[in-house]
Ligand binder design. Structure first.
Ligand SMILES: O=C(COP(=O)(O)O)NO
Length: 249
């Protein structure tokens, strides 16, 4: 990728899959062919993490879709980053818009989760993005800067962080941001990072685009200089995910 940033494509399965459906996904991932120079991470429902970890191809990393901000204790239903490391899971998706919108996770809680996950040796895909209302009010940049600032307030090192910019109005809607719309936000965010964190972090951090990415639109999006990969929902459950992984040669 640009400036030596390794292209990274995440597949967020969300709350989808049975063991047999997952085995079908693993089969098409195994068949590939998957571009060797692209980093691939699949976001798996927690209950299947060990199964996928044990059966995924070597070049496919496994991520949890959430975890808590404490290592153990009386937090019924929650998952600890320590447990994820214990079963060899090295990635976690945090702050997904569905966690923020449906499960009311605040910027603060997301930032605490990111910080705790990193301090426990996990790598993080940190999700940000504006709602349609915020975009229509011209607040897109204000929102994504605020969400990134909240994380910056809690962490020191960014080398184990990938940012996923996912405009909420494009998630699951079939309404994809145009390559220009996406590039504009990615570029503004990278600029903001350069000014508010450091030029080094700005140049090296990967910023994924997410929101109705498909095999048909992935290549044009991938050609944008500040788009370093994708976080794919619906299409990651289908064989076309292979085309999305290979969108940048
Ligand atoms: O939420 C998403 C995007 O979902 P879709 O690709 O289904 O729009 N990625 O985390």
């Amino acid at each position: 990728g640009e400036m030596g940033r390794k292209f990274v494509v995440g597949g967020n399965w969300k709350m989808n899959g049975t063991k047999s459906q997952i085995n079908e996904i693993l089969a098409f991932l195994k068949q590939g062919p998957l571009n060797e120079s692209t980093e691939i991470i699949v976001g798996v429902p927690a209950i299947y993490l060990d199964h996928v970890k044990s059966n995924a191809p070597a070049n496919v990393e496994v991520a949890a879709q959430n975890c808590y901000k404490v290592d153990k204790g009386a937090f019924t239903g929650e998952i600890s980053p320590v447990m994820l490391k214990d079963i060899g899971v090295n990635w976690v998706i945090l702050g997904h818009s569905e966690r923020r919108q449906i499960f009311q996770e605040s910027d603060e809680l997301v930032a605490e989760k990111v910080s705790f996950a990193l301090s426990n040796g996990l790598r993080v895909i940190a999700c940000i993005g504006e709602t349609l209302q915020e975009r229509e009010a011209g607040k897109t940049e204000e929102v994504v800067f605020r969400q990134t600032q909240a994380i910056a307030n809690k962490i020191k090192d960014w080398y184990d962080v990938v940012i996923a910019y996912e405009p909420v109005w494009a998630i699951g809607t079939g309404k994809t941001a145009t390559p220009q719309q996406a590039q504009e936000v990615h570029q503004a965010l990278r600029q903001w990072i350069s000014q508010n964190i450091s030029p080094d972090v700005a140049n090296s951090i990967r910023i994924q685009y997410g929101g109705s990415v498909t095999g048909a639109n992935a290549q044009e999006l991938a050609s944008q200089p500040d788009i370093d990969g994708f976080l794919v929902g619906g299409a990651s459950l289908k064989p076309e995910f292979v085309n999305i992984v290979n969108a940048r040669q």
